[in-house]
Design a protein around this ligand. Structure first.
Ligand SMILES: [Zn+2]
Length: 98
Protein backbone atom coordinates (compact mmCIF):
# COMPACT_ATOMS: atom_id res chain seq x y z
CA UNK A 1 0.00 0.00 0.00
CA UNK A 2 1.46 3.31 -1.03
CA UNK A 3 0.23 6.69 0.12
CA UNK A 4 -1.91 8.41 -2.48
CA UNK A 5 -0.08 11.03 -4.51
CA UNK A 6 -1.12 14.60 -3.77
CA UNK A 7 -3.41 16.07 -6.40
CA UNK A 8 -1.85 17.85 -9.35
CA UNK A 9 -4.20 20.78 -8.86
CA UNK A 10 -6.45 21.97 -6.06
CA UNK A 11 -9.21 24.38 -6.92
CA UNK A 12 -10.95 25.93 -3.94
CA UNK A 13 -14.20 27.60 -4.85
CA UNK A 14 -14.82 29.17 -1.45
CA UNK A 15 -18.58 29.35 -1.86
CA UNK A 16 -19.37 26.17 -3.74
CA UNK A 17 -16.97 23.29 -4.00
CA UNK A 18 -13.53 21.80 -3.81
CA UNK A 19 -12.12 20.32 -7.00
CA UNK A 20 -9.05 18.12 -7.04
CA UNK A 21 -7.23 17.02 -10.18
CA UNK A 22 -5.27 13.83 -9.68
CA UNK A 23 -2.10 12.63 -11.36
CA UNK A 24 -4.03 10.34 -13.70
CA UNK A 25 -6.06 13.29 -14.99
CA UNK A 26 -9.28 12.42 -13.17
CA UNK A 27 -11.00 15.03 -11.06
CA UNK A 28 -12.94 14.86 -7.82
CA UNK A 29 -15.45 17.58 -7.05
CA UNK A 30 -17.00 17.79 -3.61
CA UNK A 31 -19.75 20.23 -2.66
CA UNK A 32 -18.95 22.31 0.43
CA UNK A 33 -21.92 21.01 2.42
CA UNK A 34 -20.84 17.44 1.81
CA UNK A 35 -17.27 18.30 2.72
CA UNK A 36 -18.29 20.08 5.92
CA UNK A 37 -20.62 17.26 6.96
CA UNK A 38 -17.89 14.73 6.30
CA UNK A 39 -15.35 16.58 8.47
CA UNK A 40 -12.91 13.97 9.74
CA UNK A 41 -11.94 15.67 13.03
CA UNK A 42 -12.56 13.97 16.36
CA UNK A 43 -15.27 16.42 17.38
CA UNK A 44 -17.31 15.85 14.21
CA UNK A 45 -16.77 12.11 14.32
CA UNK A 46 -18.19 12.10 17.84
CA UNK A 47 -21.18 14.17 16.74
CA UNK A 48 -21.85 11.76 13.86
CA UNK A 49 -21.59 8.82 16.24
CA UNK A 50 -24.17 10.48 18.47
CA UNK A 51 -26.47 11.21 15.54
CA UNK A 52 -26.06 14.98 15.97
CA UNK A 53 -25.97 17.44 13.09
CA UNK A 54 -22.52 18.68 12.09
CA UNK A 55 -23.74 21.35 9.75
CA UNK A 56 -25.94 23.31 9.69
CA UNK A 57 -26.59 23.96 13.36
CA UNK A 58 -28.46 26.97 14.82
CA UNK A 59 -25.36 29.15 14.83
CA UNK A 60 -24.22 28.25 11.31
CA UNK A 61 -23.67 31.20 9.00
CA UNK A 62 -25.26 30.93 5.58
CA UNK A 63 -24.10 30.26 3.03
CA UNK A 64 -21.33 27.93 4.08
CA UNK A 65 -17.93 29.15 2.91
CA UNK A 66 -14.29 28.19 3.08
CA UNK A 67 -12.26 30.95 4.73
CA UNK A 68 -8.90 29.33 4.23
CA UNK A 69 -7.41 26.10 2.94
CA UNK A 70 -3.82 25.02 3.40
CA UNK A 71 -1.73 21.98 2.63
CA UNK A 72 -0.86 19.78 5.57
CA UNK A 73 2.48 18.18 4.85
CA UNK A 74 2.22 15.96 1.82
CA UNK A 75 -0.92 14.16 2.81
CA UNK A 76 -3.91 16.40 3.05
CA UNK A 77 -5.75 19.67 3.17
CA UNK A 78 -6.69 21.65 6.28
CA UNK A 79 -9.80 23.77 5.91
CA UNK A 80 -11.03 26.73 7.93
CA UNK A 81 -14.79 27.27 7.57
CA UNK A 82 -16.76 30.44 8.04
CA UNK A 83 -18.41 28.96 11.13
CA UNK A 84 -14.95 29.01 12.73
CA UNK A 85 -14.39 25.27 12.50
CA UNK A 86 -10.82 24.41 11.49
CA UNK A 87 -9.81 21.14 13.10
CA UNK A 88 -10.60 18.82 10.20
CA UNK A 89 -7.77 17.68 7.98
CA UNK A 90 -8.94 16.03 4.78
CA UNK A 91 -6.37 13.45 3.73
CA UNK A 92 -5.87 12.56 0.08
CA UNK A 93 -6.94 9.06 1.04
CA UNK A 94 -10.26 10.44 2.24
CA UNK A 95 -10.78 12.66 -0.79
CA UNK A 96 -9.63 10.25 -3.47
CA UNK A 97 -12.35 7.91 -4.70
CA UNK A 98 -11.59 4.20 -4.75
ZN1 LIG B 1 -14.81 18.74 12.38
Amino acid sequence: MSEPTPPRAIDVDREHSLTLTWDDGTTTRVALEELRQGCPCAECRTRRDQGLAIWPVDSSPHPLQIVNAHLVGNWGLGITWNDGHNTGIYSWTLLHPE
